[in-house]
Design a protein around this ligand. Structure first.
Ligand code: ZN
Ligand code: ZN
Length: 171
């Protein structure tokens, strides 16, 4: 969904968005309803976009490679401003008071591309290290057995003790 700045009314917009082609299912398949609430407001020189995105996605654990469910509850707050010379702001010093607890996104044209913004928020919320549970034991380095569900027959318990030690250090 693309929304030109000029179509945003002075009182702002409140939108509810559901699952759609914007959701990066190829990378992170969703396994619960996708629900997004967005409010879009005009502000000096741009647009303020605030929203909440709730769903559950299926991820692959980096340690044991099993799929697991990862619940999302993302809140985001973005300022969209025009980049380059088309922008009329800057001349009056509005930038000076922009607070730094918000992300600012610079656009080439005065259009809110909601789909790509929402998709980006999903990518941002995926943890760098995907672990199915804090004490995931991973796979046996020797025989490849998933050590969460059973002890392997090869007698290689090195993963067990190694992760035990790491957990302690994280403390
Ligand atoms: Zn795991
Ligand atoms: Zn083994």
């Amino acid at each position: 969904m693309k929304l030109p700045f000029s179509e945003i009314p002075a009182e702002g917009l409140r939108l509810t968005v559901g699952y759609g082609p914007w959701f990066p299912d190829e990378d992170f398949p969703h396994c619960a309803d996708v629900s997004v609430i967005v409010s879009i407001d005009r502000k000096a020189g741009g647009v303020l976009l605030e929203g909440e995105l709730v769903t559950v996605v299926e991820l692959d654990c980096d340690r044991c490679l099993e799929k697991y469910k990862f619940p999302f509850e993302i809140s985001f707050r973005l300022v969209l401003e025009l980049s380059g010379h088309e922008s009329s702001i800057g001349e009056h010093g509005e930038y000076a008071c922009s607070s730094n607890d918000m992300d600012t996104m610079f656009l080439d044209e005065p259009v809110v591309d909601l789909d790509s913004i929402l998709q980006h928020q999903v990518f941002l919320a995926i943890p760098l290290k995907k672990i199915c549970q804090d004490n995931c034991k991973g796979l046996c380095a020797k025989c490849g057995e998933n050590l969460n569900s059973e002890h392997c027959g090869c007698g290689n318990e090195i993963n067990d003790s190694l992760f035990g030690v790491l957990e302690k250090f994280k403390g």
